[in-house]
Write a protein that binds this ligand. Structure first.
Ligand code: ACM
Ligand code: ZN
Length: 543
């Protein structure tokens, strides 16, 4: 009897082990995946094969696996598969899954990742890492783990070209290393845009050489504010002021780190509103000359640039010139949301501008402002992005609209590209549960995981011929109530994983129960990577 119990236990154990090995848990779910019998096992003598630029992804993969598995897999130059090897190649790739597509074939003898581009190769490597046990992603090597990937053939590529996450570092400052940790977790789910909200009323976070006061004054405030506990953050300067900023060296390093993960960093330099931090440093670019300060935490914010003053535009052009130099991204976000026009209506210069330009309203004055900035942005070969409101007084010619409160259908129908950050589905600062006692204090709202997962970035009333203008979805993390990166991660994950699946996988493949099954494994990956997340003990994604 005893013998048979242990036999049963052994059999159950094997079954469990096999089940883990044969049921892939890739997030976002691939477009096409066929499971085969058997596994590929990483060993000390497994070689990574790659040639030319493909070696970059090979090195990334080798480095990750070295940390998690303790195996130092050698990289050899090759463009053909060989027994026991993991081949990464951009030769002879099937292009039917788009620029970021890839094919991943795992057999007991070898792994082949084939893609038309380096980005595709990278995503193939990410999928391979997700086929391995979660410990493979660890920052420290695990022992006693069979490094097996189930045999599969995957053909995959994203539904949308823009799969974004916005980080607000103005309300609270996160260090470059902390931002890089978020980039690592974004790469795990094949996100490809970090929208870096560098500027707002409460802090200016990017050092600009020509205007040192932007960070000497604008990067700091007296206190943590928003009713938060000052001990919940470490972002204090040597003089006890609260805040921080990124030097050009910091920015270049974050941009490089992101690019190595095929993530584009889109900077946001807010204007004409949400500009108290800039105007605390340079009040001469406001209508009344100030005073302004960064210790603002609610209501309508007074920080608005004067549209009537040509020197305002000189200042912003100079700032943007330095921004262009630091960010290779084709896109530059200039905000444009929530602009109070009271100071314009009381300003003789702004009203004179309105008259000279034959504008009928202060909303049109706002459009004049954005259109003038757009000319400068376009002249530098860049594309302007702005929030929903930039449409209100007439949309700038080539602008991309970031829809948070509407306008996608109108903008896309007029031929503009649109990023969907619909407040109802994409605002990661909203509560994840109705139980506010157990949750950390948030700005409000209610956005459970299931709701995020139900989002379709294509508006249902957008005619088919304009749908290609929807670039994709993006999650926004506004940080008023989020004073440290652990808390930020708690708000981002796992809702970001749901957004990643919306941005990548086909609409037909959506299956929330299967997503929850895969998420259980994904949480183990995040654990291994040291990333914080909200674990839902009910595993329903809706509490
Ligand atoms: C926004 O949430 N004000 C874009
Ligand atoms: Zn003015």
């Amino acid at each position: 009897m005893k013998a048979s119990i242990s036999q049963v236990l052994v059999a159950l154990f094997c079954l469990a082990a096999t089940a883990r090995a044969v049921e892939p848990a890739i997030i976002p779910v691939p477009q096409e995946m066929k499971l085969q019998d058997g596994v590929f096992t990483l060993r000390a003598d497994t070689k990574i094969l790659a040639d030319g630029r493909d070696r970059e992804t090979a090195m990334f993969l080798a480095e990750k696996l070295r940390h998690g598995t303790g195996l130092t897999l050698p990289i050899r130059s090759a463009v053909r598969p060989s027994t026991g090897g993991i081949l990464l190649t951009t030769k002879n790739a099937d292009q039917s899954f788009g620029k970021e597509g890839y094919e991943l074939t795992v057999t007991p003898d070898s792994v082949i990742i084939r893609a038309a581009t380096e980005a595709g190769l990278f995503y193939g490597a990410i999928s391979l890492m997700q086929l391995l046990p979660p410990q493979a992603l660890g920052s420290a090597a695990s022992t006693g783990v069979a490094w097996e990937a189930p045999c599969v053939t995957i053909k995959d590529g994203p539904r949308f070209v823009w799969r974004g996450l916005m980080l607000d570092v103005s309300r609270h400052f996160y260090t470059p290393r902390e931002v890089e940790q978020v980039l690592d977790a974004m790469a795990l789910h094949k996100l490809n845009v970090l929208h870096w909200h560098l500027v707002d009323d409460q802090g200016w976070r990017i050092q600009i050489k020509k205007y040192p006061r932007l960070t000497e004054v604008g990067a700091w405030r007296k206190g943590i504010n928003f009713g938060l506990n000052p001990k919940d953050t470490t972002s204090y300067g040597p003089d006890g002021r609260y805040g921080g900023f990124y030097t050009p060296t910091d920015i270049k390093e974050v941009v490089r780190y992101a690019a190595a993960r095929h993530i584009m960093v889109v900077p946001e330099i807010e204007m004409p509103g949400h500009s108290s931090a800039a105007l605390a440093a340079y009040p001469q670019y406001s209508c009344k000359g100030g005073p302004f300060n960064t210790d603002v935490s609610g209501g309508v914010f007074p920080g608005v640039y004067c549209v009537g003053n040509d020197e305002t535009f000189d200042f912003l052009d100079n700032v943007l010139t330095e921004v262009f130099d630091l960010f290779p991204s084709k896109y530059v976000h200039v905000g444009g949301d929530e602009v109070p026009t009271k100071s314009w209506s009381e300003c003789p210069k702004c009203q004179a501008r309105k008259e000279a330009e034959h504008l009928n309203s202060d909303r049109q004055l706002e459009s004049y402002f954005i259109q003038r900035i757009e000319k400068f942005v376009n002249a530098h070969g860049k594309t302007l992005v702005g929030w929903s409101e930039i449409r209100e007084g007439g949309l700038a010619k080539n602008a991309v609209v970031m829809d948070w409160i509407g306008g996608a259908v109108e903008a896309a129908s007029a031929g503009h590209d649109v990023v969907m950050t619909t407040q109802k589905y994409c605002y990661l600062d909203h509560y994840q549960s109705k139980d506010h006692v157990k949750e950390p204090k948030a700005i409000g709202g209610f956005l459970p995981l299931r709701e995020v997962y139900s989002f379709d970035p294509i508006p249902h009333d957008l005619p088919a011929e304009f749908q290609s203008h929807i670039l994709g979805p993006q999650g926004n993390l506004w940080a008023e109530y989020i004073p440290n990166i652990r808390h930020a991660e708690y708000m981002i994950f796992p809702r970001e994983a749901a957004l990643a699946e919306i941005g990548w996988s086909s609409k037909d493949s959506r299956n929330f129960d299967d997503f929850l099954r895969r998420l259980k494994i994904d949480e183990q990956r995040l654990d291994q990577m040291g990333v914080n997340y909200r674990h839902d003990p009910t595993n329903t994604g809706e509490k």
